[in-house]
Design a protein around this ligand. Structure first.
Ligand code: SAM
Length: 269
């Protein structure tokens, strides 16, 4: 798949020599996901804190719900409205009744909220305890129209439906080298028909520049406490990831002092 890819821009960081896995030998990304799994049992909890989902899973039912609510409030309301609350307010209505694939759900502060407002969400993550925590939250909250997928490798995507209304990827694909993100995006696109939305939260180039233009293997430590890779995304990189599929841009926005960027694209072909 990599050999058939469009060319990488010469300034973009290539995986070869810096990513511990040879992507040519990892066509379904199993080994690359193993690298990522070493970090990603620890996920964003609120605006400032991270937690191990396995620790949260060990709690009682009442505590599980209480922790999710605390995580949601601390990441999305009050001062954190400018981080997540603003877009949740828009998309909970956009997604009502729609079929959404959340790629890299973590503790799912956005998508459990959307499910509570009528979205039909598949919660997917490379780390099983993340998925199991969200499954328990949904069960305890009485969210019935939800499904769950632990992605061991790209083959885990095969049983998923082909007709999602949106692929929603909040801070996940920026944590893999662009060539690997492209391989994953190509597998995900089999589940998104023309007219479907590709929604992504990333880090903009301006933040990478402001924070010292670190190599991606080091920037992950700064942005996400030990992530093996963090990479800025822009529309050109998304074109690379998604081609030959073509998308129109509904919204591109850098927000919260350019800490984050938001992509809302609609599939044209
Ligand atoms: C920064 S956290 C974001 C979690 C959640 N989406 C949120 O908004 O709080 C990144 C999440 O993406 C998952 N992840 C990392 N790399 C991924 C990949 N290549 N594909 C899918 N999920 C990935 C991690 O396991 C983790 O749950």
């Amino acid at each position: 798949m990599i050999k058939e890819s469009p060319p990488m821009h010469p300034e973009w960081r290539k995986a070869a020599g810096v990513w511990p896995v040879d992507l040519d030998q990892d066509p379904n990304l199993r080994k690359s996901f193993d690298v990522l799994r070493k970090k990603w049992g620890e996920v964003p909890y609120d605006q400032y804190e991270r937690r191990m989902s396995a620790d949260l899973l060990a709690l009682s039912d009442a505590e599980v719900v209480e922790k999710w609510e605390t995580s949601y409030a601390g990441s999305s309301t009050g001062k954190a409205f400018s981080v997540r609350g603003w877009y949740q307010t828009i998309y909970r209505d956009v997604f009502r009744g729609k079929k959404i694939l959340d790629v890299g759900c973590g503790l799912a502060p956005d998508t459990v909220h959307y499910a509570e407002h009528g979205a039909r969400v598949t919660f997917l993550d490379i780390v099983e305890s993340n998925v199991r925590f969200v499954e328990r939250v949904c069960h305890l909250k009485g969210i019935r129209d939800a499904s769950f997928c632990h992605m061991r490798d790209l083959d885990s995507l095969r049983p998923l439906p082909a007709d999602y209304d949106a692929i929603y990827c909040c801070g996940a694909l920026i944590h893999a080298p662009l060539e690997a993100a492209r391989m994953e995006a190509q597998a995900l696109l089999r589940h998104l028909p023309v007219g479907g939305r590709w929604i992504e939260l990333g880090y903009p180039k301006a933040r990478w520049e402001r924070e010292g233009r670190l190599p991606e293997t080091e920037w992950g430590n700064k942005t996400d406490g030990g992530a093996p890779w963090s990479e800025w995304h822009d529309l050109t990189k998304l074109d690379y990831m998604l081609a030959p599929a073509v998308f129109d841009t509904v919204l591109y926005l850098e927000f919260h002092n350019a800490d984050f960027n938001w992509f809302d694209l609609i599939r044209r072909s």
